[in-house]
Design a binder for this molecule. Structure first.
Ligand SMILES: [Zn+2]
Length: 296
């Protein structure tokens, strides 16, 4: 599946300015949308006149829905092979089919394979925050598409797609589980079975922000369970666990462990973003884990 890239000549950066071949005029998004409402919109349709597509990373106007503006595009790093066959962390060089990183060998995870669409930081962080805290639910389908691309092999094997659950109290407070949104869209797009009821969060864990890896693992111990009535469905199934961010992996490892104990034939993990040591964004990025954080 090809990536949706911003369309040349039709994308306008938030910062305006006339730069490279990506922008045709130094107009701001606000001015541009005003122009579009006056009928100068390029790509037809009343809906597009009223709701011009906005950049996935910020709010500037772009030509096509689901694309990034020229300012955001270079601030997002898509992950692709060659990568560790287990952890999905990119290799600098081609290592041969099925090569496994030293990290995966030293500490084999309870899942078979993990993949992520983008490196966490910069625009990826903005996207994750916008989905979770700023009601940008329009982002979920695009994020899901990028995830499906990175996790194509995993999707091909999945019997059940299971999002990392929120604790019931937290879900009621927020009414929104971003991991479930991502899993739901991806399942619908690919005709897979979305099964949020398979794993339950039974312990309200404290926030992972600022915790070291070992502390995160302790924090997650006993956090998840497969409810008894669900065990039959898990037994012998290949399960794909979905979360928004993979930091140390403590959360998805805890989920994978309970699924394995419940008899899953295989557990894979797919997240939108992945914290990587060699990809540090220009701004300071707090390291946090999936569903265990609140707005700083
Ligand atoms: Zn943008």
């Amino acid at each position: 599946m090809p990536l949706e890239r911003p369309v040349r000549l039709m994308s306008y950066g938030r910062r305006g300015g006339y730069s490279s071949g990506w922008q045709v005029a130094g107009v701001t998004a606000g001015f541009l949308s005003g122009v579009q409402r006056l009928g100068a919109a390029p790509s037809s349709g009343l809906a597009r006149l009223l709701f011009p597509p906005i950049c996935v990373g910020c709010r500037s106007i772009v030509a096509e829905p689901g694309t990034l503006c020229p300012a955001c595009w270079p601030r997002l790093r898509f992950l692709e092979a060659p990568w560790c066959a287990v952890l999905g962390t990119p290799f600098a060089h081609e290592m041969g089919e099925g090569a496994v990183s030293p990290a995966a060998m030293a500490d084999p995870p309870p899942f078979a394979r993990a993949r992520s669409a983008v490196a966490f930081g910069g625009v990826a962080r903005d996207i994750v925050h916008n989905l979770k805290y700023r009601d940008r639910t329009d982002l979920a389908p695009w994020m899901a598409k990028w995830m499906a691309r990175a996790g194509a092999e995993l999707l091909a094997d999945a019997d059940l797609v299971v999002p990392v659950p929120l604790h019931r109290r937290r879900f009621f407070a927020r009414r929104f589980n971003q991991s479930a949104e991502l899993a739901r869209h991806m399942s619908a797009q690919r005709g897979l079975v979305f099964a949020p009821e398979i794993v339950e969060r039974v312990k309200r864990t404290r926030q992972q922000v600022g915790l070291e890896r070992r502390a995160r693992e302790d924090n997650m111990r006993g956090a998840f369970a497969v409810p008894k009535p669900m065990r039959e469905r898990v037994k012998g199934s290949k399960v794909l666990v979905v979360d928004d961010v993979y930091t140390t992996g403590a959360t998805v490892k805890a989920v994978a462990s309970v699924l394995a104990r419940a008899g899953a034939a295989r557990v894979d993990v797919l997240t939108f973003a992945r914290a990587l040591r060699d990809f540090l964004p220009e701004e300071e990025t707090p390291i946090y884990e999936g569903n265990d954080r609140e707005e700083p």
